[in-house]
Design a protein around this ligand. Structure first.
Ligand SMILES: *[C@@H]1O[C@H](CO)[C@@H](O)[C@H](O)[C@H]1NC(C)=O
Length: 265
């Protein structure tokens, strides 16, 4: 037996030297796309009559999509619950992680901290709640999360949040929230494996083109959560953003840029 094992271990030693990097060992034949976000992305959306856009994204991609978005979460609570750490432990080189937060990140930390609001700021500011909890900014939470993923060789796409119904006053208009600018800061903090999709602007442009009557019907319960029909368009406009930017994930999009509604920005 010994005479069998010795040459085998010698062969393995040669093999591991011959492989260029760890990446060659861990890379999957086909990447997986993971989604991290809130109810606007999650399966089941924000309750009865609504759906999250992550449910529709798979129709446009030739990759498996794992939707880890969960209602009610913010960059802060997704971090505090260990969900980014779990994702970072799951991804391998070449995988994609799409991160989209913002709807639960606003609000005040005092007098009552809901466990979701971030410290307001674009850098490494911190806030301390009345209960003594130190809270970081949105860019800090997402930069830390993205760096965990890119250290594994995964691509991270930081996506600006969907707009609340841009037509709710009867006239359609959109002004990006501060989270859009924060997303761009995260991408510049993280470097080349990170990229930005201005999902909020793409979707707002499309909804404004469709007009108030059509768009109001996409929001059956409130101004945040879309119907299944609306969510399909939310996914469509994320895909448009990938294609227009020639994002690395666009290589796995089934559709041509021209075939998807809307215009590049
Ligand atoms: C892309 O094409 C597939 C069919 O191949 C379709 O199901 C999907 O809705 C299309 N996506 C967009 C964004 O148009």
């Amino acid at each position: 037996m010994k005479s069998f094992y010795l040459p085998l271990s010698a062969a393995l030693a040669t093999l591991s030297i011959a492989l260029p990097t760890d990446e060659a060992i861990t890379k999957r034949a086909t990447p997986i796309v993971y989604l991290a976000g809130d109810s606007t992305m999650a399966k089941g959306g924000g309750g009865t009559g609504t759906e999250g856009w992550g449910v529709y994204l798979p129709y446009s991609l030739s990759l498996t999509v794992v939707n880890d978005a969960i209602g009610g979460r913010s960059a802060r609570s997704y971090t505090d619950e260990g969900r980014f750490t779990t994702l970072a432990n799951t991804v391998v080189s070449g995988d994609f992680v799409i991160i989209e937060f913002g709807h639960n990140d606003g609000g005040s930390l005092t007098p009552t901290d809901n466990g979701r609001s971030d410290c307001v700021g674009s850098g490494d500011e911190t806030c301390t709640t009345d209960a003594g909890v130190v809270v970081q900014t949105y860019p800090t939470y997402l930069t830390n999360a993205a760096e965990l993923m890119t250290a594994k060789g995964a691509h991270v796409i930081i996506s600006s949040p969907t707009p609340d119904n841009p037509c709710e006053t009867g006239t359609c208009s959109y002004t990006p929230s501060r989270f859009t600018g924060y997303c761009e800061i995260v991408v510049s903090n993280v470097g080349s494996l990170a990229s930005f999709v201005d999902h909020g602007q793409y979707l707002a442009n499309r909804f404004i083109a469709l007009g108030a009557t059509t768009v109001d019907a996409f929001y059956p319960n409130d101004h945040t959560h879309t119907s299944p029909e609306g969510a399909a368009i939310v996914a469509e406009q994320f895909v448009k953003g990938l294609l227009c930017a020639d994002n690395p994930l666009a290589a796995y999009v089934k559709n041509t840029t021209a075939s998807v509604a809307g215009s590049c920005i």
